[in-house]
Design a protein. Structure first.
Length: 138
C-alpha cells in the first residue's frame, strides 16, 4: 500500500517537473513573441518564422493547460475552474484568502512578473472579474 502511494507521488513529481520546465520555457518564448508582435517585428519575418511562432504559442498553451490540471491541482488542492495556469493564480491572488492567496502572490512575484511585469494584473482588468455577481437587494 505505501509503495503504491510512493510510486504515485514519484510519478506525479516527475510529470510535474517536466511540465513545469517546458511550460516555463514556452512562457518565456511566448512573452518574447508577443513583444515582437507588438513592436511590429513579426510583419518583417519570413512566413516560416511567423508560423513557427504560432506553433510555439499553441504548444505553450497545451503545456500551460496540462500544468494547471496536473501540478496546480495538487498545489492548490482543488480542481481547476480555468484552462490556463495564470488564470487560476490570478483568481487566487485577488479572490482567495489564507494560504492560497499567499501562494498565488508568490507565483506572480517570483515566476511570472520578473519576465512580464504586470502579467498577473494584465489578465484581469477589474479585480471583480472572477467574482460571482451579487443578487440585487429586494
Amino acid at each position: 500500500m505505501s509503495l503504491t502511494i510512493l510510486l504515485i507521488l514519484l510519478t506525479w513529481t516527475g510529470i510535474s517537473s517536466i511540465l513545469f520546465i517546458f511550460t516555463f520555457i514556452f512562457y518565456l518564448a511566448v512573452i518574447n513573441l508577443r513583444d515582437a508582435h507588438q513592436a511590429g517585428l513579426m510583419k518583417q519575418v519570413h512566413f516560416s518564422v511567423y508560423w513557427t511562432g504560432y506553433s510555439i504559442l499553441i504548444v505553450g498553451l497545451i503545456f500551460d493547460t496540462l500544468l494547471n490540471w496536473v501540478f496546480l491541482t495538487v498545489t492548490f488542492l482543488e480542481l481547476p475552474r480555468e484552462f490556463l495556469a495564470t488564470n487560476r493564480v490570478v483568481r487566487h491572488k485577488y479572490n482567495s484568502r489564507g494560504w492560497r492567496h499567499i501562494q498565488a502572490k508568490w507565483w506572480c512575484k517570483n515566476w511570472l512578473a520578473p519576465f512580464d511585469s504586470g502579467h498577473c494584473d494584465r489578465i484581469t482588468i477589474h479585480k471583480n472579474y472572477f467574482r460571482k455577481p451579487r443578487k440585487p437587494k429586494s
